[in-house]
Design a protein around this ligand. Structure first.
Ligand SMILES: *Cc1c(COP(=O)(O)O)cnc(C)c1O
Length: 485
């Protein structure tokens, strides 16, 4: 027998590691509970940037020292999405249970590509909940993804493979008798264009159709474009509706798109990254009419459901077409349906997407939904919509502020406009204003440009925001605007 220690990656001292783990939990709770008291953003200082370029160590460190490095150098410069006045781009603010579940998922460390164990069943259950929520038939299929980008990509792959009139999966896009073309409004999220490009159709395979004054797709323009493209020999195969556009929260007329797709034999896909889960909210649900008629929906759980990143989902009405695009079973993955061993059971999510090895992302969704119940998520969403209109009223009441787009869902676009400035000066002023607002740490909206006008964009996907948080931001914006003018 050798007396030499057997080396593994387990802790050298389990008791010390356990103690450290407890300290991590304490610090984590302090961090989340006090999230509103720190600046919403702190830029990463140069010395920290330098430190984060150091090469990897060859030798071990004390675990407590590694954790101290995290506390000192990473945690303070986090993107504090959990802050009540974080309203930038479009994110979610996390749930405590979701964070703990992610820890547990890593502890269990199952591979959810397939195989006979509990985790795929949990994912299937979560997907079933979402299928029911979307009003799809129980026979529909689904897959949890990193986010809506991958969900859209997965759905558009199925649309391309199943609705172009020949076996695209086998013959590839080179065999297409004409340009395969998908349609969406000019407000479509960029990830869809990336998907269409990656699918080999080129960016010209995505037609961006003009929008109405409320930023929804112009149905007449869509109809004309599809007709003209067919006449020119192109192969239209899909319309992508957006349920909640990224710029202004606009929801396309999904009843009209469903009818149109029906008439034209087009695949009806919904990018519901923002709005699909808002079917839980009484004040949004009526706006989503027609979404349940889609062939596929991409939705995000890490946005308006606040599940910690990453969590998205794709749902496909016809499960067989979904598997037809992704199922590929070599001998080392062969299923043994009857055998009763680890390979038995038919829950192989690798049949429904690109990934084989998959994390247990379903657990954080499952535990958060069980903890809060769907109705509470709906109330959080509804309140954000009310807050958007409250912010709209504050803007209305402030003579120097100007709303720059209709309020869509929980997204408000506005700018500081004291009058008498041309577009370029106003754009410059508002750019500076936003940087100062973010650097000051009071509130973190982001920005967009609408019809040439640079504006602040407040996306209120936040379950911690109070109404008075918006008063605070408006006061600060007016103060900064006056100083800069
Ligand atoms: C955020 C967003 C996406 C991309 O989703 P990710 O989760 O960031 O991958 C797609 N479409 C819309 C409308 C979005 O808002």
């Amino acid at each position: 027998m050798t007396t030499e220690k057997f080396e593994t990656l387990d802790p050298e001292n389990w008791d010390e590691m356990r103690e450290l783990a407890h300290r991590m939990v304490e610090d984590a709770f302090d961090y989340i509970q006090s999230c509103g008291e720190r600046p919403v953003w702190t830029p990463v200082p140069d010395d920290i940037s330098q430190y984060l370029k150091e090469p990897a160590p060859a030798d071990p460190s004390d675990p407590a020292d590694v954790y101290d490095e995290f506390l000192a150098n990473i945690m303070p410069y986090n993107l504090h999405t959990n802050h009540p006045r974080f309203w930038a781009w479009y994110m979610g603010s996390g749930t405590v249970m979701g964070a703990m579940a992610d820890f547990l998922a890593a502890v269990l460390n199952p591979n959810v590509g397939g195989i006979n164990h509990a985790a795929p069943r949990v994912e299937q259950q979560v997907i079933s909940w979402l299928i029911e929520l979307m009003g799809f038939p129980t026979s529909a299929s689904g897959l949890l993804t990193s986010g809506a980008s991958m969900a859209n990509f997965t759905a558009l792959t199925v649309a391309r493979n199943s609705n172009c009139g020949y076996d695209v999966r086998r013959k590839g896009v080179l065999a297409a008798p004409g340009q395969l073309t998908a349609y969406a409004s000019s407000e479509i999220h960029s990830c869809n264009q990336k998907a269409i490009e990656t699918l080999g159709l080129g960016s010209q395979g995505l037609r961006k159709v003009p929008v109405n004054a409320d930023y929804t797709i112009d149905m007449d323009a869509l109809r004309d474009q599809v007709r003209a493209d067919r006449e020119a020999g192109m192969i239209p195969f899909c319309v992508i509706a957006t349920a909640g556009t990224i710029n202004t929260g606009a929801i396309d007329d999904m009843e009209a798109i469903a009818d149109f797709c029906n008439e034209e034999g087009l695949w009806f896909h919904v990018d519901g990254a923002i709005g699909a889960v808002a079917t839980l909210a009484d004040n949004v649900q009526p706006l989503l009419k027609g979404m349940d008629r889609a062939d596929s929906i991409a939705l995000d759980l890490h946005k308006w459901m606040h599940i910690p990143f990453e969590a998205g989902c794709v749902i496909v009405r016809n499960a067989a077409t979904h598997a037809d695009s992704f199922s590929l079973v070599p001998e080392y993955l062969q299923r043994d349906v009857e055998g009763g061993g680890m390979a038995s059971g038919s829950l192989w999510f690798s049949d429904y997407g690109l990934q084989l090895t998959r994390q247990f992302r379903a657990l954080k969704v499952w535990m958060s939904v069980k903890e809060h119940g769907l109705d509470r998520f709906g109330r959080m969403i509804a309140r954000n919509v009310e807050q958007a209109h409250y912010l709209g009223e504050l803007i209305e009441a402030a003579p120097e502020l100007e709303r720059t787009a209709p309020i869509g869902l929980d997204i408000v676009c506005f700018r500081y406009n004291p009058g008498g400035l041309d577009q370029e000066s106003l754009n410059t002023l508002n750019r500076k204003l936003l940087v100062q607002l973010q650097q000051g740490g009071v509130a973190a909206p982001s920005y967009t440009t609408l019809q040439g006008n640079y504006c602040l964009r407040v996306a209120i996907s936040n379950h911690r925001s109070r109404f008075e948080d918006f008063d605070l931001m408006v006061e600060e914006v007016v103060k900064l605007g006056r100083e800069l003018n």
